[in-house]
Each structure stands twice: as C-alpha cells, then as structure tokens.
Ligand binder design. Structure first.
Ligand SMILES: [Fe+2]
Length: 142
C-alpha cells in the first residue's frame, strides 16, 4: 500500500469536481502518512471529521449539479453517496466511542470506494455533462 498518485483516468472532465476529488485524495494521503508514522489512532478522529466534511460538501455539489441538469443516473448515484456516508459515519462513531486500530481498515475502504466511485460513477456523470456541453465550474472547491 502507498499514497495515491493522481492519474489522468481519475479526471471526470469537470474542473470543480476534479479539484474536489484531488482534495479528497490529498486528505486520504494524509491519513496514509499518519498510518505509516504509526499515528493512525491519534489523528484518526480529526482526519475523519475533515474528510467527512469534505465528503458532505462534495456530494452536495455533485448532487446539486445532477438535479440542475436533470441527470438520468441521479437516483442511483445519490444512493451510492448515501451508503458511503453511512459507512463513514459508522466508522466515525466507533472512533469517537474509543475504538482503536481502525485506521488501516478505514484507509483501505475509503481508498477503494472513492477511486472506484470517481472512475466509474463520477466518470459517467462527467461524460453526461460533456455530452450536454456543460463545462461550468460550479461552486467553490472544498
Ligand atoms: Fe459521486
């Protein structure tokens, strides 16, 4: 396992979403670095709350754009966001309750889910926007 290096296949073609995805990946890399330095337990609560905030804002930006542009895949996409937010919340609750040793598992989960979602699900939304010639830069980046 290593930090995530940004690849061109992660680009959705929407500058706002791509910048926000990069911010999420950077937050994940911070988590990875903390794990590598054996500080996973110490920093997990604060990293998780930053990440959770980013995720909420970012999903909101995507969902607002889906609604605005009548994206046909909106329902399934929002469902995927909801399920992910629930899992992250569950982890956060465990951490706040005092569970330790969760950092590596959480990192793996976040990394797999986010990269898969960015490449497949967000990639499809990006394609839809481009097919409609929509390139607006949307709301502020995270
Ligand atoms: Fe998404």
């Amino acid at each position: 396992m290593a930090t995530i290096t940004w690849k061109s296949c992660y680009e959705t073609g929407n500058p706002t979403f791509d910048a926000e995805h990069r911010a999420l990946v950077n937050a994940l890399n911070d988590l990875y670095e903390a794990i590598r330095k054996k500080q996973g337990d110490e920093v997990l609560a604060s990293l998780l709350s930053t990440l959770n905030l980013y995720i909420r804002k970012h999903f909101q930006h995507e969902e607002q754009a889906m609604l605005k542009h009548h994206y046909p895949g909106m329902e399934a996409h929002i469902k995927a966001h909801r399920a992910f937010k629930k899992t992250v919340n569950d982890y956060q609750e465990q951490v706040l309750t005092g569970y330790t040793g969760l950092a590596s598992d959480l990192y793996k989960y976040l990394r797999d889910w986010l990269l898969n979602h960015i490449v497949k699900t967000d990639g499809q939304f990006g394609e839809f926007l481009r097919s409609k010639n929509i390139y607006d830069c949307g709301p502020p980046v995270l």
